[in-house]
Design a protein around this ligand. Structure first.
Ligand code: SF4
Length: 451
């Protein structure tokens, strides 16, 4: 952490609660970090404000995953400096502060990811907390930045993999799993506070517990092991939807698919495959022998025929040949994944992919491959979606509307997947879980009537 600048007014008594403006960038894991920081500050009486101008201090939680994310983070810091001038920077970019301090030498403080206490101390230095027993009260579930009906549940920090395009292990360190009992207590608090859907996140969810040798921890009248399968089963018994993100195709994932078939977790698996061609996967240093994943996907669909698989891919990775790309398209047609995102490879400073000595794919070719990839997947998505017409499906409502509400099926995660537009004779509220007869399908969205 860089030293906090001193503020002559910092110790003066205040008539109103101190106000903080917060910018949260990056992935759901960063969002959970933001929620923890905000929960601590709210517990101490700080108020959140939407405008930088009206705040006593601004916190920017940055993302440093790829160059465009860094640029967005630097822009956000620049805006906060221009509108307010008292700015604390945290998050992934804060792990290597050189680039930030070079451009913004007058920041109050810079801390790395997960350094909640350091951020809170920097806020104290800039503007001390108000001591008011009423404003000090925060809800037991903490402060959430997501809507009330769903919540991200972070089960571990860091990652033991070393994918060559990724600097996250460098920024966030090796895998550190939370005790299963702690995760379950947090999940139970969230469910009691009205959360209907728990979104399990980490860098590598299927590796959960590996670092602690799957240690047991107390939960209610029993001990629960820090194992992906055991934790998912227990989460599934809390009465909320459980959605699993960032899973890798390790053999033990088969058992979790069984829990989906039994209704203990949603039939949804978010697996970032990134590619399919063996040469590219090797250069990417992806975990879990991904060459055999087609067999595994077929097996999962036998266990749970309603399974939706979401994935992301990178095209234009250094050294990706026409043959590799053709292999990827064939694989995609065979895998028939339900939800797919695709990125064009971007060089990442400090990533090993930049030092492998592989030839860069020209930008024009990356763009062309990306377009062909998306067209191929769109045709697959349309076929998958059409099969839903006429079915009765469960949906959670995200946004009420006068005649049509917007929701998501069990096959759609917030922000990244499609929506279902639900007509209803009775008013629907955010968080309602309803049965919908699907009447019409588009490439990514569905339309139907509540029954
Ligand atoms: S699994 Fe690979 S891509 Fe994901 S965080 Fe770990 S190293 Fe990065």
């Amino acid at each position: 952490m860089t030293p906090a600048a001193s503020d002559p007014d910092a110790t003066a008594p205040r008539a109103t609660p101190p106000r903080v403006s917060f910018v949260s960038l990056g992935c759901p894991k960063a969002l959970v970090d933001s929620e923890r920081i905000i929960t601590s500050l709210r517990a101490e009486g700080y108020e959140l404000t939407k405008s930088h101008g009206g705040a006593d201090v601004v916190i920017v939680n940055t993302c440093g995953f790829i160059d465009s994310a860094k640029a967005e983070s630097l822009d956000a810091i620049g805006a906060a400096m221009a509108e307010n001038g008292k700015v604390i920077v945290t998050g992934c970019m804060g792990a290597e502060p050189g680039e930030i301090t070079a451009r913004f030498p007058n920041l109050l403080a810079i801390t790395g990811p997960q350094q909640y206490e350091s951020v809170v101390s920097a806020v104290h230095a800039a503007v001390p907390p108000a001591h008011d027993p009423f404003v000090d009260l925060v809800p037991a579930q903490g402060v959430k930045l997501t809507p009330r009906h769903y919540a991200y549940l972070k089960i571990s920090e860091g990652c033991n993999n070393r994918c060559s395009f990724c600097i996250i292990p460098h920024l966030r360190g090796d895998l550190v799993s939370r005790p299963a009992g702690d995760v379950l207590r947090e999940a139970e608090r969230l469910v009691k506070a009205g959360v209907k859907e728990l979104l399990v996140i980490s860098q590598d969810t299927s590796a959960y517990g590996l670092d602690v040798k799957y240690a047991e921890s107390p939960w209610k009248d029993r001990a629960v092991r820090a194992r992906f399968l055991d934790l998912t089963r227990e989460l599934g018994s809390l009465g909320a939807w459980v959605r699993l993100h960032y899973v890798y195709p390790y053999p033990h994932v088969d058992e979790v698919i069984g829990l989906m078939a039994d209704g203990l977790a949603l039939p949804y698996l978010d697996i970032p495959f990134q590619h399919a061609a063996p040469n590219v996967l090797r250069a990417m240093r992806r975990p879990a022998h991904q060459e055999k994943t087609l067999e595994r996907i077929h097996r999962w669909r036998e266990i749970c025929p309603d399974l939706a698989i979401r994935s992301t891919f990178i095209v234009g990775f250094p050294g990706e040949t026409d043959e590799d790309f053709a292999f990827l398209l064939d694989w995609l047609k065979e895998a028939k994944l339900e939800r797919v995102g695709c990125f064009k490879y971007e060089p990442v400073k400090g990533a090993r992919s930049e030092t492998l000595g592989l030839p860069a794919v020209p930008d024009e070719l990356k763009k062309e491959r990306w377009t062909r990839f998306m067209q191929t997947q769109q045709a697959i998505s349309e076929r998958n979606q059409k099969k839903k017409v006429g079915r009765r499906v469960k949906a959670i409502i995200d946004e009420a509307g006068p005649t049509v509400a917007r929701g998501r099926t069990v096959w759609d995660a917030p922000d990244i997947d499609g929506a279902i537009y639900v007509s209803s004779r009775r008013p629907l509220r955010a968080g309602d879980i309803v049965t919908v007869k699907v009447e019409r399908a588009e490439a990514y969205d569905l339309h139907g009537m509540a029954v």
